[in-house]
Design a protein around this ligand. Structure first.
Ligand code: MF3
Ligand code: CO
Length: 257
């Protein structure tokens, strides 16, 4: 599949998908509390997504069994919700969610602290979020994909963090995963030239320790090899002439994040 340019109609549907996903994340973020299970988060997330008339895109995607990926502490991404996994004060939890609105996808992730968390965890979450914003400063027509990737990596490594290599961001639209791949690290080639109307999911996954990850026996959950904490932050963006439009953040003026 090659990289597609979205029509104005498609972009409008992706804007609506993104608005709904932004609200879903806000509501989930507000609901998080010690004592909640990762299963509870998934149930609530799916309920919210469906209440807006959307379909949770992760459910049954390649056999993934839930609507929200819930990844705790050293889990990087794709954690499977579980009734017995109870959040406690001091944990960090990454929530990754995807919605389909009238055939169009939006994909976004946030990492939150549960109650009071360590300053180290706080910093990892903030730097990971900032990695996204540092990268998308270069997300405009005429630049190359690698401009985004290399700036995400450079920012994370300034803090001694490990940039996950084994998973990447992606194009998005009428499918959850479209071309191109959007790495969070510099590749030798500069990658495709960005054009107006491309839509990308940019998603830095950053480890407090080394970049290496491995898969648990459930074949989904990705964890850091060294057991260090990991954070994830993702939005769906639209490439425009002068910069990106972030589709999965709340509109200016409403609550942020
Ligand atoms: N944001 C993740 C990704 O882009 C979500 C996919 S998880 C899955 O890969 F459960 F849907 F597979
Ligand atoms: Co994604």
């Amino acid at each position: 599949m090659s990289v597609t340019i979205k029509s104005e109609r498609e972009i409008e549907l992706m804007r609506e998908a993104g608005r709904i996903l932004a609200k879903t994340h806000e509501e989930l973020g507000r609901a998080l509390a010690p004592g909640m299970s990762t299963w509870d988060i998934d149930r609530l997330g799916e309920e919210i997504i469906r209440s807006y008339g959307c379909i949770p895109s992760f459910k049954n995607y390649n056999g993934y069994p839930a609507s929200i990926c819930v990844s705790v502490n050293s889990e990087v991404v794709h954690g499977i919700p579980n009734r017995k996994r109870i959040l406690k004060e001091g944990d960090i939890v990454s929530l990754d969610a995807g919605v389909i609105y009238k055939g169009y996808h939006s994909d976004a992730a946030r990492t939150y602290g549960i109650g009071r968390i360590s300053p180290e965890a706080e910093k990892l979450i903030e730097v990971t979020r900032q990695c996204f914003f540092e990268g998308i400063k270069y997300a405009r027509a005429g630049n190359h994909l690698n401009d985004i990737s290399s700036h995400i990596q450079a920012y994370a490594e300034r803090f001694g963090y490990g940039v996950v290599r084994d998973l990447v961001g992606h194009g998005i639209g009428s499918h959850l995963h479209e071309d191109p791949e959007v790495p969070n690290y510099a590749r030798r080639l500069r990658g495709i030239r960005l054009r107006e109307g491309m839509t990308l999911a940019v998603e830095p996954m950053i480890n407090a320790g080394k970049p290496d990850v491995c898969w648990l026996d459930d074949d989904w959950t990705v964890v850091t090899q060294d057991g260090s904490l990991s954070a994830h932050y993702e939005n769906t963006i639209l490439i425009c002439e002068n910069g990106p439009e972030i589709l999965s953040l709340p509109a200016e003026g409403s609550e942020s994040n």
